[in-house]
Ligand binder design. Structure first.
Ligand code: 3HC
Length: 702
């Protein structure tokens, strides 16, 4: 048995024998990452197997829920202690007895690289294999970009490495990434496979011995695709470069270059940002310490109020997760059209092959529609998704209070209305909360779970539990107008309007933010949503706008001219029959006239000012959210913005980005804009001033 010097009490790798087959059993929770203890343990196990003449083959397998999920991400950014992972790989390469990887759960990153360096691979039917390093802003650094293309061909390897998406066991077997799927017990099947491998013609088959022919067109296509789909990200292009080496250089030379590329990327700001997002995603899923011990209420049945686009989308999320769902609407026509909308979305899933006809039938079979609140008495969770009109919502909450069973969780999907006021409409404010889905609810992964002032701990825990069951990235936040996302967005929108008034065209602003990394500029986005919708939101908040914000009535003017966005053929932009946008001189004239009427002399803007005014305004608001306790820490904000609002993940979210820029710089810029735009808009939050003054950041203590 190997001993382990790390703080983990039990050995990370256990060496056992089953007759003539040795087992190297990795047992290193939570995900068997390749930490120092595992690397050491594997080398020792291989040494033991090499020394023992009674051992003819070796099986590497894992205890716990998964095979090796990769290098230990927690070791990144620190000096790595030997033995390095490369030594384990080299040892496998030179090993004189067949080594078989027995995969269950996930073989990811270094985990798959370990398996690829073995001579053979067998997997449980539910296993997945992949090289997701690109999602951490780096690339496989232990031969993954060299061995995978040799086994599965360039096309699939490029797809898996550049997009970082794992494949299932069946696809892996079909394409040669693995050699067999276990039909019974994985360990027993792997041992049997090992014995059978000994009698094969080439028991020591190595991926490295295969050659891959160059395919310049494929690489060109992959590059064009990566530039388009992962705009601004460095790692995907470096992944392609590394795979290309497999077609150009001898294996060892290419592997050396791959490692150098991997290490260089690991030190890049983009990789740091993406690793921050990986950690933040897991951090926000954990309950706050104050809520420890609050168990989620059991939720078996759900109801949705409001058969509109949001209501139907939310119903799909619930149906997909296996809940029976009652959808309540005021008329049978609206309910029928919601059912048709849901059916159409499932049809397209069947056409695309992401859903079987049986799954579609099962999901639709669990959907009940009703016009009567009395039918909701069984629901454990009720989500209200009616129009954003407080009077209508109050009425719904009063009705729900009458019919909902004791202990049912009642959530509103409002995007900016007062959750506490709705809770007060009921005699059970502790059971009321917000579940803010994003449109289209069945596609967008973000879920803002909103705790009202009186929401009880177990209800908050229930929201997070349901979010997880729906496959959402959920954040738990406090109640305030617009919550995290829309409240910060409103500051960006304000600055965009102000800058238009001061001389920047909508397309100038859009381009600067697009180049920053947002998938769409705010005006292109507004045109997509519909300017009438944007105006309705503005009107709902009108009494809270400053005099300058009210006077900056560009949206009103556009809507008054019938410019409602894409749907009317013109909004900020004009659109051709294919909805292709182009700048519109009429809008430029409108802005010139507006500025003149407001006594503002238009001026030129550079990218830096546009980005700073939009993004720093958001960061300043984010700091206020932390100060007010709406969020516990910056993590929630970064997750909301990267998962729901298109903030480029490789910049880590607005708060991480501000730290990278340096809070003293952000503070100084805010002070500058406080002078030029107005203190009521840009006065730096006390938190930013305090952190900047002591050289700290949102995530660091200085
Ligand atoms: N290293 C260290 N810790 C890891 C880890 C890793 N590679 N992968 C996951 N963890 C930790 C998580 O941080 C979490 O810790 P916490 O409980 O303290 O928050 C815990 O393991 C459980 O993780 P999840 O909550 O994500 O558990 P799930 O069951 O939902 O998912 C998983 C499991 C699919 C394995 C998922 O964790 C995952 O995708 N991990 C990352 C895989 C990856 O990116 N591997 C590549 C690493 S880079 C590399 O290998 C470089 C190589 O080329 C040399």
């Amino acid at each position: 048995m190997m001993t382990d010097n790390s703080s983990v009490a039990r050995p990370a790798v256990v060496y056992e024998k089953r007759g003539d087959v040795a087992l190297a059993i990795i047992d290193h929770p939570p995900v068997n990452a390749l930490s120092l203890a595992v690397r050491k343990g594997l080398l020792e196990a291989l040494d033991s197997a090499a020394r023992d003449d009674g051992v003819r083959a070796v099986v590497i397998l894992c205890r716990g829920k998964t095979f090796v999920a990769g290098a230990d991400i927690k070791e990144f950014g620190r000096p790595m202690e030997p033995p390095f992972f490369g030594e384990v790989i080299d040892r496998l390469d030179a090993f004189a007895k067949p080594v078989i990887a027995a995969i269950h759960g996930n073989a990811l990153g270094g985990g798959l690289e370990l398996a690829l360096a073995c001579h053979w691979r067998i997997a449980a039917p539910s296993a997945r294999v992949g090289l997701p390093e690109v999602k951490l802003g780096t690339l496989p650094g232990a031969g993954g970009t060299q061995r995978l293309p040799r086994l599965v061909g360039l096309e699939l390897a490029l797809k898996m490495i550049v997009e970082g998406r794992p494949i299932g066991a069946a696809e892996a077997l079909k394409n040669g990434a693995i050699d067999a799927i276990a039909s019974g017990d994985l360990e027993a099947d792997a041992i049997a496979f090992a014995r059978e491998a000994l009698s094969r013609e080439n028991p020591l088959r190595r991926a490295r011995d295969v050659t891959v022919a160059p395919d310049p067109i494929l690489f060109e296509r992959a590059e064009a695709d990566a530039r388009k789909r992962q705009r601004g990200a460095e790692a995907p292009l470096k992944c392609i470069e590394a795979v290309r080496l497999a077609t150009e250089l001898p294996f060892d030379e290419a592997a050396k270059r791959e490692y150098a590329l991997c290490i260089a990327l690991l030190q890049s700001p983009q990789s740091k940002a993406l690793r921050h997002i990986f950690a933040a995603e897991r951090e926000v899923a954990k309950p706050p310490a104050a809520m420890a011990g609050a168990a989620p209420r059991p939720v078996k049945t759900a109801a949705v109020i409001g058969p509109g686009v949001m209501g139907a989308g939310i119903a799909i999320c619930l149906l997909d997760a296996g809940f029976p769902v009652s959808l309540l609407g005021r008329s049978s026509a609206s309910l029928e059209s919601a059912r048709a909308r849901i059916g159409k979305i499932y049809d397209s899933g069947v056409t695309r092959g992401t859903l079987t006809a049986e799954q579609k039938a099962d999901r639709l079979g669990r959907l009940k529609t009703t016009q009567s609140y009395d039918d909701l008495g069984d629901a454990d969770l009720i989500i209200e998704a009616v129009d954003e009109d407080m009077a209508v919502k109050r009425e719904v909450f009063r009705a729900l209070d009458r019919v909902a069973k004791r202990g049912a969780v009642i959530a509103t999907n409002t995007s900016f209305l007062d959750v506490d006021a709705l809770a007060r409409e009921t005699g059970r404010p502790g059971d009321v909360a917000g579940m803010h889905f994003f449109n289209p609810a069945n596609v967008m992964r973000l879920l803002e779970n909103v705790r009202g002032a009186q929401t009880s701990d177990d209800v908050a825990a229930t929201l997070m539990d349901v979010g997880k069951r729906l496959g959402k990235t959920s954040v738990l936040i406090g109640a305030c107008e617009g919550f995290v996302g829309n409240r910060m967005l409103s500051k960006r929108s304000r600055e965009a309007l102000f800058m238009m008034e001061e001389g920047a065209t909508p397309w100038r602003i859009d381009k600067a933010l697009y180049d920053f990394g947002f998938p769409l500029g705010p005006h292109a986005l507004a045109d997509m949503a519909g300017l009438d919708i944007v105006l309705a939101t503005r009107r709902a908040r009108y009494d809270r706008l400053t005099p300058r914000e009210r006077a900056c009535d560009i949206i009103e003017q556009l809507v008054a001219r019938g410019r409602l966005g894409q749907k009317s053929g013109a909004g900020y932009y004009k659109y051709d029959a294919n909805r292709k946008s182009s700048p519109d001189p009429e809008v430029e004239q409108l802005l010139r006239d507006h500025a003149k009427a407001r006594g503002i002399v238009p001026r030129a803007f550079d990218d830096a000012e546009i980005v700073e005014r939009c993004v720093y305004a958001m960061v300043n608001e984010g700091a206020k959210l932390i100060e007010e306790g709406v969020v516990r820490r910056p993590h929630e904000i970064d997750i909301v913005w990267t998962h729901g609002f298109g903030f480029p993940a490789h910049k880590g979210g607005p708060m991480f980005y501000a730290d990278q820029i340096g809070l003293p710089r952000v503070r100084d810029a805010l002070r500058r804009y406080a002078t030029t735009v107005g203190a009521e808009y840009f006065e730096p939050s006390p938190l930013i001033v305090r952190l900047a003054d002591k050289g700290a950041g949102f995530y660091s203590n200085g």
